[in-house]
Each structure stands twice: as C-alpha cells, then as structure tokens.
Design a protein around this ligand. Structure first.
Ligand code: XMP
Length: 324
C-alpha cells in the first residue's frame, strides 16, 4: 500500500545513501518543486545542505521575500540569497527574442550560481560534490529526444543543464519520479503550508517571458502590479485552486483610451488562466464575464501605464501557456 509517508521515508534513505557525508548545494527558484526538494533533502542530511537562491529580479510581487522567509526563519535551512537583478537586467537590456532571453537568463544563472558555489567552498570544507534539483517526471520525459530524428524543442526550458558536468557535481533529484500533484502531496507531508504547496507553477525565466519585447524595470513594476491585482481577484473569487496557472502579460502595444476628460495612450495587459494536468496541454479557463470585468476595471484604475485589458482564450495546443 503506497503512501506519501512511505515515499518520504524511502527517499530520505536513498538521499542518505547517495550523499553519505558529502555536501549538497541546491538552487532554489522560489517555486514549489525546488522548495520541496530542498526541505526533503534537509530532512535527510541536515546542514550538509546549503541552498542558493539566485534572485534575478524577475519574480512576482513579494515572492523573493517569501522564499527567504520560509527557508531562513521557518525551516532554519542555510540559505544564500544573491540579489543579482542588476546583472540580469543589465544583460537583458535590448534583448527581445524569447529564446535569447531564456539563454541569457540560463547562462547568467549558471555563472552566478557557480560564483556562489566557489565562495561557499572557500568558506567551508571544500567544494560540494552534489547538486540538488527539483526535476519532475514531465521534465525528464520532455527532455528526451526521439531517436533517429532531431529533437524538437518548442521552448528551451531554463534549468541548470550543463552545470553539474561543468562543476564536476553529481545530481540529487529526489522528485524525478513524481508528477506535480504528487510533489504537492509530498510537500504537505513535509509540513509545507497549503498556501505554499498549492502555488501555481512559475517559469524559471520569470516575468521576462511575460513581457514580449524588451524588459525594463519600469515594465516589470507595471506587470507586477497588474499581476498582483489579477491574482488577488482570483483568490477572492475562490478560483485559485481550480486554475493551473494564471498570470498577467504586459504587451508591447499602446492603445488609445479615455480617462476623465483626457485621452490616454498606454499599454495593453493580457490576462491568461488555464486548466491543465501537467502543463503539456491546457484549456483556457472559462471565467464569467463579471469576473473579467472586475479584474480589468481594477487593473486599469490602479495600475499606471495600462489602459486596456484583454483575456486570452487560446488553448494548448495550438497556443502555449506562456506568451513567449
Ligand atoms: P508553455 O508555455 O511551454 O509552458 O506551454 C508549459 C509550462 O512550462 C512553463 N515554462 C517554463 N518553465 N522555464 C521553466 O522553468 C521556461 O523557460 C519555461 N517556459 C514555460 C510554463 O510556465 C508552463 O507551466
């Protein structure tokens, strides 16, 4: 009889066997997967684990603080928080191509992570031998190419691929056999709060792929404000847990509007919400029109720089969940 409690105990044994007295570094992304992996590994090997949170400045409102709070204060897990937003935004200046955004972010992530790993090694008992990742089963199958033909990649998912070889580290991937809903169940089993484990997935490149065109601090602030209002309305309507992912997108288009007795010429905000089992296929979420009207009115009234809101009714396929 298979239970999450048994799986947890089994994985803890496996991690102990694999790691021995070795040291493990875990890159936290702020998402559920890497957090669950870190908490599980910490339970197995305690302070042989150090977490590194590379903050690229592309997170949603309040998110970086939540991660740091959870790990340092609640779990007391050693965490290095690197604020690398200047560096990321600097290198992303002028970049508009979605794949170049992903590659730039992926490369910088590896660079920053490596630098931190070296610093930690310098302070402690030498370099860590293990790198922990929150890789899930769908990530494993998505990265397998079809033999005999070229692998077809729709979007190069940002992860730390290549990093373990470069740093001569072995991978610890305790979630490799699990689907998202199972990771959530494991998170609950480990005592993470419902609000935390039920969080929607968030892509590694963060808000960078929700701002088609060039990314600027100003656009990021605008998008964060709109996204926070949208999610607030979704929570208030009791819909958060019925949705796989919901987010706002800031379009690189300005349209004309009227406000009071003036003319406005501001950006368009796209709203996205989908249902899905694993992110591979998805249906747009059928909000009622009153909900959409409410969210749109609040966003336009409260967020400077947005004067029009549209709702995306594309399913996957043919669309993808993200806009880039
Ligand atoms: P798409 O847009 O491909 O998204 O339908 C499917 C799922 O993957 C997430 N996603 C990413 N996650 N790095 C990630 O870590 C990425 O580059 C990336 N692109 C998309 C997306 O949020 C959705 O959950």
């Amino acid at each position: 009889d298979w239970t999450m409690a048994a799986y947890r105990a089994e994985m803890i044994e496996k991690i102990r066997l694999q790691v021995g007295k070795g040291r493990v570094l875990c890159g936290l992304s702020g998402g559920v997967d890497s957090s669950v992996a870190a908490v599980l590994i910490h339970e197995a090997i305690g302070d042989q684990l150090t977490c590194v949170f590379v903050d690229h400045g592309l997170m949603r409102a309040g998110e970086a603080e939540q991660v740091v709070g959870l790990f340092r204060e609640h779990y007391n897990i050693p965490l290095v928080h690197v604020d690398a937003s200047e560096r990321f935004l600097g290198e992303l200046a002028g970049v508009t191509d979605p794949e170049v955004k992903r590659k730039t972010i992926g490369r910088l992530f590896i660079e920053v992570f490596e630098e931190e790993a070296r610093k930690i090694a310098g302070k402690g008992e030498g370099p860590a031998e293990f790198l922990a990742q929150g890789t899930l089963y769908p990530d494993v199958i998505e990265s397998v190419s079809f033999s005999g033909g070229p692998s077809v990649t729709i979007k190069s998912h940002h992860n730390v691929g290549g990093l373990p070889e470069r740093m001569n580290m072995k991978l610890v991937e305790p979630l490799r056999e699990l689907f998202k809903d199972e990771v959530r169940a494991l998170g609950r089993e480990l005592g993470l709060t419902e609000a935390f484990v039920a969080r929607h997935p968030f892509p590694g490149p963060g808000l960078a792929i929700r701002i088609p065109g060039e990314i600027t601090r100003e656009k990021l602030d605008t998008l964060r404000a709109a996204d926070a209002i949208y999610l607030d309305e979704i929570r208030k309507a009791g819909l958060y847990d019925k949705i796989w992912q919901a987010f706002a997108v800031l379009l690189p288009v300005r349209t004309v509007g009227v406000m009071g007795d003036g003319r406005t010429y501001d950006s368009v905000c796209g709203l996205r919400a989908v249902t899905s089992v694993d992110g591979m296929t998805a249906d747009f979420f059928p909000f009622d029109m009153n909900f959409l009207g409410r969210a749109a009115t609040r966003i336009i009234n409260e967020v400077k720089g947005i004067n029009r809101v549209v709702y995306d009714v594309t399913s996957k396929p043919p669309g993808t969940i993200e806009w880039e």
